[in-house]
Write a protein that binds this ligand. Structure first.
Ligand code: PHE
Length: 379
């Protein structure tokens, strides 16, 4: 260590030479950092020499000062130069050792998935397009004339009750009460009024009811079907539904049972049941699989949809002459179709927006339903 008393004996040039030689010999950045602290750190030897300047007489400082400053500068420059050289060498070494395999596949970017309801809606549109049906739409915020009155649903009908239907506080300009449509059937009226006859449409979309448990959500999806033409009868309805269900479930053994029923907007009305088999899955759970006659052993009938011949009053409300035009209509729950085809068991999960559920049950955007690929082939 250099002290005040021996400063005159310091050979600055020799100190500099020795420091520069040690810096040049540093083999890595760690060793170099140690040298920096040794020379230029707070207690470093060169730093201490600089401090001795304060105690010198002006003459002494004039002669010694430049030497000490030159020493400090020389050491500092040498440290910087050696650091640059060592870093450059480290990079060279890495580049020389590292290899990039350009034949490896690129990492896959995260992709979203198509919700099963969207997938099923596309499948329905595809199958019905093949049967000559266009897709029609109507508003989700409806008025009570289109949703109820024009469909021959009387004032006293329970579906109109406050506890079943979501009403808005306002009425429209014609004094009609506004509500969230409870079914897709108002699109029947809108189609007749807008396009006249003949008609072949399906109307998929969201509907709302004040209902919530494991099998009911306040919002769900339906698809309406409507055919208006001359000489239409129940046979056309049955053939259309059977053809559609066989294509949708990709099975030839779909058996329908038509049961007399009642809807205000159809006359006669039929509830359509489909035969299913009770099948034990690999997970040990028993599942209903559509197919076969419901009366066969191990089989049963499942209620699938409502339908019927369009009521004369509804055809009139649609601005058409019921003596000239007849038709059939049906309404199916889309979410239920998806559950039956793709095997989910809780309807509420459809609308939770859980990405894990979507990753499991969703579809790739490339699985576009087409008849040539077999509808829903990407499942
Ligand atoms: N709109 C009826 C419902 O929501 C279904 C239906 C549609 C029935 C068309 C017959 C004809 O339950």
């Amino acid at each position: 260590m250099v002290t005040r008393t021996d400063r005159t004996k310091v050979d600055y040039a020799a100190t500099r030479e020795e420091a520069l030689a040690r810096i040049a010999a540093a083999q890595d950045l760690d060793a170099l950092e140690k040298l920096r602290v040794e020379f230029l750190g707070k207690q470093g030897s060169v730093s201490l020499l600089l401090k001795t300047l304060g105690a010198m007489s002006p003459e002494e400082r004039r002669s010694t000062g430049p030497q000490i400053h030159a020493l400090r500068e020389g050491v500092s420059d040498a440290l910087t130069a050696r650091k640059t050289a060592l870093e450059g060498a480290a990079l060279e070494a890495r580049l020389a050792n590292e290899s990039v395999d350009l034949t490896l596949p690129a990492p896959e970017a995260p992709r979203g998935s198509i919700h099963p309801v969207s997938q099923v809606l596309d499948e329905l549109a595809e199958i019905f397009a093949d049967l000559g049906f266009a897709v029609a739409t109507g508003p989700e915020i409806e008025d009570d004339w289109h949703n109820f009155t024009a469909l021959n649903i009387p004032e006293s009908h329970p579906a109109r009750a406050m506890h079943d239907t979501f009403y808005f506080p306002d009425s429209d300009t014609e004094g009609r009460r506004m509500l969230l449509r409870t079914h897709t059937s108002p699109v029947q009226i809108r189609s007749m009024l807008e396009q006249g006859a003949p008609i072949r449409i399906i109307a998929p979309g969201r509907v709302y009811r004040s209902d919530s448990d494991a099998t009911h959500t306040p919002m769900f999806h339906q698809v309406e079907g409507l055919v208006i033409d001359k000489g239409i009868h129940l046979g056309h309805l049955k053939w259309t539904l059977e053809t559609f269900l066989k294509a949708f479930f990709e099975r030839d053994d779909i058996v329908l049972r038509l049961r007399p029923s009642y809807f205000p907007f159809t006359e006669p009305s039929v509830e359509v049941d489909v035969g299913f088999a009770q099948v034990n899955g690999a997970d040990g759970k028993s599942r209903r699989v559509l197919g076969g006659c419901g009366d066969a052993p191990g089989h049963g009938w499942m209620e699938l949809l409502g339908s019927g011949m369009v009521n004369r009053k509804v055809i009139e409300a649609g601005g058409l002459d019921p003596d000239e035009w007849q038709g059939f209509a049906f309404g199916i729950g889309v979410d239920r179709l998806a559950m039956l085809k793709y095997g989910m068991d809780d309807l509420r999960a459809f609308f939770d927006g859980d990405v894990r559920w979507l990753a499991h049950y969703g579809f790739s955007a490339f699985d576009v339903p087409t008849l040539s690929a077999g509808v829903g082939a990407g499942a």
